[in-house]
Write a protein that binds this ligand. Structure first.
Ligand code: WT7
Length: 664
């Protein structure tokens, strides 16, 4: 347990944590169970016996303008449809019905700016802002079915923009603020976005980063993009192009305040969200209206045991990822929750800012990623210990496997040993949480996401035979359709079928993760089986990073792998061959990292660059990343007999060892 002592900064927690490690199961705490929305395990059986009835029960909690004719249309798998014929509006469900039912004065968001500014936004205010902006979008020529890009930081306008799009049936395409302008351009191009909503500048740890200016540098020649709407957030001067660019505040001021929510078909597209796949081209995950909202609202309510009258909920993700879409915006607002929204980073102005916010607003439910927990462990328990965290009653984790030590630290230091932890497994594709404990029912084991949410069916399949495994390791699959599943890859239907439904046929969704199932049927997700890496919960494709690296003039070829990393889960390591007889130096390293930052975003920059005279390739020229991973992890090399030139490996192994020696 010496390493825990180190990780906790010598806070003297090591012995206590060691004791906790002995207890490998955590039943729901009695006080929690007593008041939980779900406390009877019978719910699992009920949903399994009749999943459609279970989902209908969840869908009935929403407001429908007109009822559906069919619950599930499974006549053409894998193209499933849910609640067909029904009409509803997501923004109506998130706003109007709360206001109409007398909850207009409830705070939807306690927004906190990086500089300490505070804004409480009620449901009634949010509804007014959304209606005006929805009308402003219409005034700008945006209509039902038009794709609208959103590239905004964590400011209230990002929520307003998403809901305004949902209100008029314009699918949004949000790009995470950490992506570069070039990545935004690419996503606007692929989705043929008609408008883009962005900002003058964004707060970054005490500085203001220019955003509109960067966007302008790359967006010039994209003629499908007719409008750019600029939110004036930081008072930064920015270029405006006549005839294309307008200011948010000006078009809102000119807009009509009343914009009734448009009844939309249950299968009307709600949004596209690009995520990384096996190739360099990102995949446009398409989510629709009725099934998606049913899935996110039900999971948000039951997984977080939400009591909207008394809870203060905080999902500390960015809206630019699916976690933010489902569990900052749509799930919480649909359930009438009061949430916290924080503009900044977890360590600015100080490393206790998260805990200061928890104390300040009396946060009761807190949801974040393991990588953030590991960072907190490193900074030390002294930061959370400065604050009263006794309001917390439930903790959540998402984005990557949580290692048992981080789980225990979270449980003890943040949760004061009284809060259940829900380790939630899901993906951009699944729209909503799929595998998770129910906090009032499920006994947890640190590191396991436990079992599927009621109405969800998961299995682990043997890699070679494809048969279900009752105990052991294999490929994770979902064996029945669920309401919030992706409907297709935008404009790439074949790729959709190929990626998820080729391996086991059109009725079995291939997740892309390896998992282990234990004797109790608990699922332990291990990680990706494809060329996708997970850096601090950010999903990246190795091919995407490789194609960014080779854009550097000096580079001939690159192979990228994810290497296990204590802090970030995985770190990007690039093996790079330079042009001709160029030799790599510090300047080339910086140049390559800069190229990746420009093409994708800073978070994709390689942690290490290893110069290679040649890369391990098969006789047909395919790079064998598996061998590079073996080298990087210091494992015995796998089969090298198929290599064109096996000598390459010895040379690379030497370089990696040299580098590791230098680093330690
Ligand atoms: C991939 C999906 C889910 C929203 C954030 C990420 C990994 C996610 C867990 C978890 C183990 C997890 C998987 C998955 N992952 N949650 N609780 N335990 N692994 O969404 O960017 O679509 O990434 O994240 O590998 O396939 P995403």
């Amino acid at each position: 347990m010496g390493d825990i002592a180190e990780e906790t900064g010598g806070d003297g927690l090591d012995r206590e944590l060691a004791d906790l490690l002995e207890v490998e199961r955590f039943p729901p705490p009695e006080e929690f169970r007593e008041h939980a929305l779900l406390k009877d395990a019978e719910v699992y059986e009920r949903a399994a016996a009749d999943p459609q009835a279970w989902w209908v029960e969840q869908a009935e909690r929403l407001h429908w303008f007109s009822p559906w004719e069919q619950v599930l249309d499974d006549s053409n798998p894998p193209f499933y449809k849910w609640f067909t014929g029904g009409t509803l509006n997501v923004s109506y469900n998130c706003l109007d019905r709360h206001v109409e039912d007398g909850r207009g004065e409830r705070v939807a968001f306690h927004w906190r700016g990086e500089d300490g500014e505070e804004r409480d936004i009620t449901y009634a205010e949010l509804l007014a802002d959304v209606q005006r902006f929805a009308n402003a979008l219409k005034d700008q020529g945006v209509g039902k079915g038009d794709v609208v890009g959103i590239y905004l930081p964590m400011i209230p306008e990002v929520v307003i923009a998403m809901l305004a799009c949902a209100r008029i049936g314009a699918p949004h395409n949000v790009v995470f603020g950490g992506f570069s302008a070039e990545a935004v351009r690419e996503r606007m191009e692929f989705s043929e976005a008609k408008a883009l909503i962005t900002v003058d500048g964004a707060a970054r740890k005490g500085q203001t980063a220019p955003v509109k200016q960067r966007v302008d540098e790359v967006m010039g020649d994209l003629d499908t993009l007719e409008r750019i709407v600029v939110v004036r957030s930081k008072g930064l001067d920015c270029p405006m192009r006549q005839g294309r660019d307008v200011f948010y505040d000006e078009i809102v001021a000119a807009a009509d305040p009343d914009c009734p929510a448009e009844p939309l078909d249950a299968e009307h597209p709600l949004y596209i969200l690009y995520t990384s796949g096996s190739t360099a081209k990102p995949k446009g995950i398409l989510h629709t209206t009725g099934g998606y909202l049913t899935g996110v609202a039900a999971t948000h309510r039951y997984v977080f045991d939400l009591k909207p009258e008394s809870d203060v909920y905080w999902c500390a993700a960015d809206v630019g990822w699916v976690t933010g879409h489902s569990y900052i915006v749509y799930g919480p607002l649909c359930n009438g929750a009061t949430s916290v929204m924080w503009e900044g980073a977890p360590d600015y102005p100080e490393k206790d800012i998260w805990w200061e916010i928890v104390e300040r607003y009396g946060v009761t439910i807190f949801y974040c990623a393991p990588t953030a927990i590991r960072a907190c462990i490193k900074w030390g328990a002294k930061w959370p210990e400065k604050h009263d965290l006794s309001s917390l009653r439930l903790l959540g984790s998402v984005g990557e496997p949580i290692n048992p030590k981080a789980w225990l630290w979270y449980h003890k230091v943040i949760g004061g040993e009284r809060c259940p932890i829900v380790d939630t497994w899901w993906q951009t594709e699944t729209g909503a949480i799929m595998i998770t404990p129910l906090p009032g029912i499920t006994e947890t084991k640190p590191g396991s996401a436990t079992r599927p949410f009621p109405g969800v069916f998961a299995e682990v399949r043997d890699e070679s035979t494809g048969e279900p495994i009752s105990e052991g390791q294999g490929l994770l699959v979902l064996t029945r359709p669920w309401p919030s599943m992706l409907r297709t890859l935008y404009k790439e239907e074949e790729r959709f079928v190929e990626t998820y439904f080729k391996r086991f046929g059109p009725e079995t969704y291939l997740v892309g993760d390896a998992a282990r199932v234990d004797a109790d049927g608990y699922i332990w997700v291990i990680g990706r089986i494809d060329d996708v890496v997970n850096v601090s919960g950010h999903r990246l494709s190795t091919a995407e990073v490789e194609s960014a690296i080779v854009a550097h003039v000096d580079v001939a070829e690159a192979a990228v792998i994810g290497q296990h990393d204590e802090d970030t889960g995985q770190a990007i390591v690039a093996f790079v061959t330079l042009q001709g007889d160029l030799a790599g130096d510090e300047q080339t390293v910086e140049g390559i990292r800069e190229t990746v930052a420009t093409r994708i975003g800073k978070f994709a920059r390689p942690r290490r660059i290893i110069w290679a005279d040649d890369l391990p390739k098969t006789r047909s020229g395919k790079i064998m990343r598996r061998l590079l991973r073996d080298i990087a992890e210091g494992r015995t090399l796998g089969d090298v007999t198929t290599l064109r030139d096996p000598a390459v490996m010895g040379q690379l192994e030497g370089k990696v060892k040299e580098m590791q020696a230098e680093e330690s």
